[in-house]
Design a protein around this ligand. Structure first.
Ligand SMILES: O=c1ccn([C@H]2C[C@H](O)[C@@H](COP(=O)(O)O)O2)c(=O)[nH]1
Length: 346
């Protein structure tokens, strides 16, 4: 993130481009390489998001194209794709769907790719195409930005390469890196391989000068947000915990059920006892997100909500310290003095 912002804010050879979503500074033909894909959360105090990428990751895993689902994590989503109900360009059905879209008789693209690599490690064919030519029709408001994701096994390590036609460096890139490197780790565990590097190429990697103001996206936040992030200096690149060994799908299925229950209203959901803490943490993060949403929807003053905050703090104490900064960052953004939280809530 630092390298990308540095290049976009000061670098030579960038283009200034008027897109249909606003004026941008663009790097044309970027190649990013993450040697440690678990360091997928690039954190500063002002920009530390975990809830929305995690929600988006489970939206993919669920194979869903429901706008109602993703709106819970990214409120602005319907505006971005100009549809309130169905995200026709959603990645989940294209990766995990087994139905008509793929016309593959019950085998998802994901399963085909895993099978391909099981049969022949050297394959250059473990590729999932996301953007298809029929997406290009002019009136389509939801043209996928990701063209392909591709997996390969080299020296016993599972590598992944994504190609995107278009990537918003401030809002989109952190989400895309998070979700795709999570998919990489799922594939590595499923195949019993080590986790190799993640590479990510983008035709147009850009930063908006002015973006349309909305609840989630105040006007002109990309450039100034990137400048602020860059200037801030505090960046934590410590990796996320490692996904437990073995086939991750039984645990993923449990978290998918939990996520759906919590999103539908049950913020007291109790995670199954036999679930590894790695996966249980995600359930607890979904609960915290739900508690924040309930408070927001009731338009309550956060400071007056001590019992709710107590619940958040208790959950926070029970999960990996990795995620604390996101919870505290969320409270800060709501102008809740974190110091008070510790003094008054414990
Ligand atoms: O996964 C995604 C989806 C969208 N975008 C951004 C890239 C563009 O700024 C915008 C889509 O606009 P077009 O490229 O379709 O004009 O959304 C991303 O960064 N990542």
């Amino acid at each position: 993130m630092r390298a990308v912002f540095k290049q976009l804010l000061n670098g030579r050879g960038n283009f200034e481009v008027d897109s249909n979503k606003g004026r941008t500074t663009e790097i044309f033909g970027a190649l990013l390489e993450l040697k440690k894909p678990r360091a997928r959360l690039s954190r500063s105090f002002s920009k530390a998001k975990a809830f929305s990428p995690l929600g988006e990751f489970f939206w993919y895993l669920a194979g869903s194209d429901s706008v109602g689902f993703i709106k819970h994590y990214i409120p602005n989503y319907p505006k971005l794709i100009k549809d309130e109900v169905t995200a026709s360009g959603a990645y989940g059905p294209r990766i995990f769907g087994k139905g008509a879209l793929q016309k593959r008789d019950g085998v998802s693209e994901w399963d085909r790719v895993i099978r391909t690599l099981r049969e022949r490690e050297g394959s250059r064919n473990a590729l999932i195409q996301i953007y298809v030519n029929s997406d290009a029709r002019p009136k389509n408001g939801d043209k996928p930005c990701t063209c392909t994701i591709q997996f390969a096994v080299r020296n016993g390590q599972l590598l992944m390469h994504t190609h995107m036609r278009s990537n918003d460096a401030f809002f989109g890139l952190p989400h895309d890196i998070f979700t795709f490197t999570m998919l990489q780790e799922v594939a590595a565990r499923e195949l019993g391989c080590g986790l190799g590097k993640y590479t990510h190429s983008v035709t147009s990697l850009h930063l908006y000068h002015d973006c349309v103001a909305s609840e989630d996206r105040p006007a002109n936040t990309s450039t100034s947000g990137a400048e602020e992030y860059y200037r801030e200096g505090f960046h934590d690149f410590s990796p996320m915990p490692e996904m437990p060994m073995g086939n991750p799908w039984p645990s993923i299925e449990k978290v998918k059920i939990a996520e759906q229950e919590i999103r539908s209203g049950n913020s007291d959901y109790v995670a199954p006892d036999d679930l590894d803490p790695y996966w249980r943490d995600f359930i607890e993060l979904f609960r915290i997100h739900k508690i924040f949403e309930e408070m927001k929807n009731r338009k309550d003053d956060l400071r007056a909500e001590r019992p709710e905050l107590r619940r958040v703090v208790n959950i926070m104490k029970s999960i990996s310290p990795t995620y604390r900064i996101y919870i505290l960052g969320r409270l800060e953004r709501k102008q809740f003095p974190v110091r008070d939280l510790f003094e008054n809530v414990g």
